[in-house]
Write a protein that binds this ligand. Structure first.
Ligand code: WTA
Length: 654
């Protein structure tokens, strides 16, 4: 890897302290309490995590070994047995909580459903039995391709109940993307819906699954379960496709939670990296259960009386950890919403907050930027007084956007937790604990207790205060990725060798650049690799390049990110065509559509530029630095001495 200059010029002096009232009512009430937790964790990390695992979760059998760390492979709570659905459901079936709302859901067309803990438990057990009847057993993989409807959460929990490994595929991904994921995971069953509602239109989900499975291309898939959501006609293949509702009818609601080994896999979630192929991030039951439970509790100060709305789709890690597992484990009410932030009416998010009395609201900066464009009147015309805490995730939040969120949505009284984390980390890693840590707009502040984060250079040496470097994690934590499914080498090369271990110290490489200020606060600069962040969604530029070159017209493609006001970043593709093709507007549209076909709408390039040649180094590497500058209309500066053909650059510039 080459050295990248990581610059961050953001200077922010404003400090926002939580009110005394907020602090006093929260789990962690002060900086000194936070410091004490960190000190305890530092003194004896294993004891720290073990005490929490013991007090926060119910285990069927306690563990023999807290941590087995054979760098870079960690096993947590080895020998312990538990089931995450027991902690998310069964333990809340007491007389006082079983009728509390576990899940409230708002459909885009206006329909709504509420499940109490008792009802959710029944539904999950029933679907777990359905999966068993279809021959799914512990360790089998189940693909889930559903819109944001309660069945998505129920399907995930039903898998976890019997020890099947779920792999949720975001409903915006194309048939090609589904196929790749199902093949890699060797899924036995796929759970989908006839369609989903998005912006008043039906998204044809089952049709995508049919295309992905066409001509038996994914031989492992034996059955497809289809939820009726939109009611439009779809093809049902005999002996393969079954209606969810039919399977459920008459099936028993009695299904004891399978005792899982702490290190049994819970799920695989595919995420983008720096190569063309997404990687299957594997999380395991014990560590993930504890880490999502605890981060939800402390970072969101979540009580069982809270109504928590994390707006993320369950197709992403944020939806896994903070729509499904974390809030349920804490006995709170989780809110699920089917629509886009501006589906039908630009105030629809605030309608949901008002209707359900949301107390903790968690979203991405890109959504806030979009909502800002609709003006202040909309949120101000709704009653948002139930909100007591706000959160953001997914990308750096610009201080102006932070201030708007604070003033307009939080009425100046709600703390904001800017949470930095990744699919691989399982849960929040850098975040203010809202009752304890004063915030600075734009900073994710400090590590979660027990997390050892640092900013270092490529040799692993900490960089001086306020200097940019690589964000790394220096000790294992319970929620960490265990491996890349089917690809242990990639686990090593992506996360553990970019910064070589030294003196027994391993560095988990996050792929993000950051700096730490004089108060030790972390400021995330953004990715230092070829991963970009479009509207809070992670995408590898290589994936898009692979999609483009799979089209017959394309000889070579290079894709870079360019700043975009609402989405944060957007894609610009530079393309050289095969000799027999000419660049036309029609071809531009065809190629954009081709990317949508190969990956999904989130990957559609904002712009395609045709070039005679791409600027390359003498060793043949595409010089993306130049392309990024050209895409943004900036002056191309810096060293061009390694450029193979200077005229390529001049032609591009013109
Ligand atoms: C980025 C999403 C700045 C970062 C949970 C990371 C952030 C990537 C923040 C992971 C934040 C996430 N501030 N950047 N608060 N949170 N990121 O795997 O670049 O979809 O590496 O997980 O999002 O994206 P992923």
């Amino acid at each position: 890897m080459t050295t990248t200059t990581i610059e961050s010029n953001l200077q922010e002096q404003r400090l926002f302290k939580p009110s005394t009232k907020f602090s006093q009512a929260s789990y962690i009430k002060s900086r000194s309490e936070y410091n004490k937790l960190c000190d305890r964790a530092q003194e004896n990390p294993e004891r720290f995590w073990a005490e929490l695992a013991d007090s926060e979760l119910q285990w069927f059998k306690t563990w023999d070994t807290v941590l087995d760390w054979q760098p870079p492979h960690a096993k947590w709570f080895v020998g312990g047995k538990l089931n995450i659905t027991h902690n998310c459901l069964d333990r809340h079936l007491t007389a006082s909580s079983k009728n509390m709302p576990a899940l409230v859901w708002q459909g885009e067309p206006g329909d709504a459903r509420t499940y109490s803990y008792f009802e959710l438990h029944q539904e999950v057990c029933q679907m777990a039995n359905v999966l068993k009847q279809l021959g799914v057993t512990k360790g089998d993989r189940v693909g889930i391709y559903l819109p944001m409807i309660p069945e998505a959460a129920i399907a995930m929990l039903a898998c976890a109940r019997i020890g099947a490994v779920h792999s949720v595929i975001f409903a915006g991904f194309s048939a090609e993307a589904i196929k790749g994921r199902l093949l890699d995971a060797e899924a036995k069953v796929v759970i989908t819906a006839d369609g989903g509602w998005r912006k008043n239109k039906v998204v044809p989900l089952k049709t995508q699954v049919d295309k992905a499975l066409a001509s038996g291309e994914v031989p492992s898939v034996e059955s497809v379960i289809v939820v009726i959501r939109t009611g439009q006609r779809i093809h049902m293949q005999p002996d393969r496709d079954y209606w969810w509702q039919d399977l459920q009818n008459g099936t028993s609601c009695d299904c004891p939670a399978e005792p899982m080994d702490s290190e049994d896999p819970l799920f695989i979630l595919y995420t983008s990296g720096t190569t063309g192929k997404p990687k299957g991030v594997v999380h395991t039951v014990g560590g993930y259960s504890l880490y999502t439970h605890l981060t939800t509790k402390w970072a969101f100060d979540l009580k069982d009386t809270d109504v928590f709305w994390c707006t993320a789709d369950v197709g992403w890690i944020t939806g896994h950890s903070y729509t499904v597992y974390g809030p349920l484990s804490n006995g709170a009410t989780t809110v699920m919403y089917e629509g886009a932030p501006h589906a039908g009416n630009p105030g629809c998010l605030w309608d949901v907050v008002e209707k359900y009395g949301v107390t903790v609201f968690y979203t991405a900066p890109t959504a806030i930027r979009l909502l800002m464009t609709f003006g202040e009147e909309l949120p101000q015309s709704r009653n948002l007084s139930s909100i007591r805490l706000l959160g953001t995730v997914g990308e750096p939040i610009n201080p102006t956007v932070w201030m708007w969120y604070h003033r307009v949505i939080g009425a100046g009284r709600c703390p904001i937790v800017d949470t930095w984390w990744q699919t691989e980390t399982g849960g929040v890693m850098l975040t203010p604990l809202p009752g304890a840590i004063p915030t600075k707009p734009g900073s994710a502040t400090l590590p979660f207790p027990g997390i050892v984060a640092d900013v270092v250079d490529l040799s692993g040496n900490p960089v001086p205060v306020n200097e940019g470097g690589y964000l790394v994690i220096k000790q294992p934590w319970p929620g960490m990725i265990r491996t890349v499914y089917n690809n242990p080498d990639r686990y090593l090369s992506t996360y553990w060798t970019k910064i070589a271990p030294k003196d027994g110290q391993y560095f988990y490489f996050t792929g993000d650049g950051a700096r730490q200020d004089e108060d030790g606060y972390f400021w995330i600069v953004g990715r230092v690799d070829d991963v970009i962040n479009i509207a809070g969604h992670r995408l590898g530029t290589m994936e898009v390049e692979s999609a483009l070159v799979s089209h017959s017209a394309v000889a070579e493609a290079a894709v870079v990110g360019r700043a975009s006001e609402i989405k944060g970043e957007e894609l610009v593709a530079f393309i050289t065509l095969k000799p027999e093709y000419v660049a036309t507007e029609e071809l531009t549209q065809t190629l954009k559509q081709h990317v949508v076909h190969e990956i999904g709408a989130i990957a559609r390039p904002a712009e395609i530029q045709f070039a005679k040649a791409l600027p390359k180094t003498r060793s043949g590497k595409i010089m993306r630095r130049f392309l990024r500058a050209i895409a943004s209309g900036e002056e191309v500066t810096g060293d061009v001495s390694t450029l193979e053909d200077r005229t390529a650059l001049d032609k591009l510039r013109s």
